[in-house]
Design a protein around this ligand. Sequence first.
Ligand code: SF4
Length: 113
Amino acid sequence: MLEGAWRDQAACAGAGPAVFFPVGQGALGQRQAAHAKAICATCPVAEPCRLFALITGQEYGVWGGLDETELRALRAKRRRGRHQGSAPLTGLPTADPAANPKGLLRGCQGVAS
Ligand code: SF4
């Protein structure tokens, strides 16, 4: 999927943003993250969502079924892979997310445009 069209299919479109930004790593935060991941598990656009989070450097929240720690680990793994000559990220939702960040967030994680 290209541009921000993938967001129109986001399973979290009706959920409030608080669901996807757990409060810390404690018991409450873990329950919130598990709830968000359960929604992501039903989402048809989890892959472009995850890629978006990676290329835009999202530091917080659950994206594409991955929490902050998992995204950080995946980002580090990709960085190591890049140094070892692996292919760059492909199939990204947009070529230039910085050009329209507000529009890109529309429909995803309950963020209004
Ligand atoms: S955070 Fe991403 S993967 Fe999870 S439901 Fe929303 S759009 Fe889908």
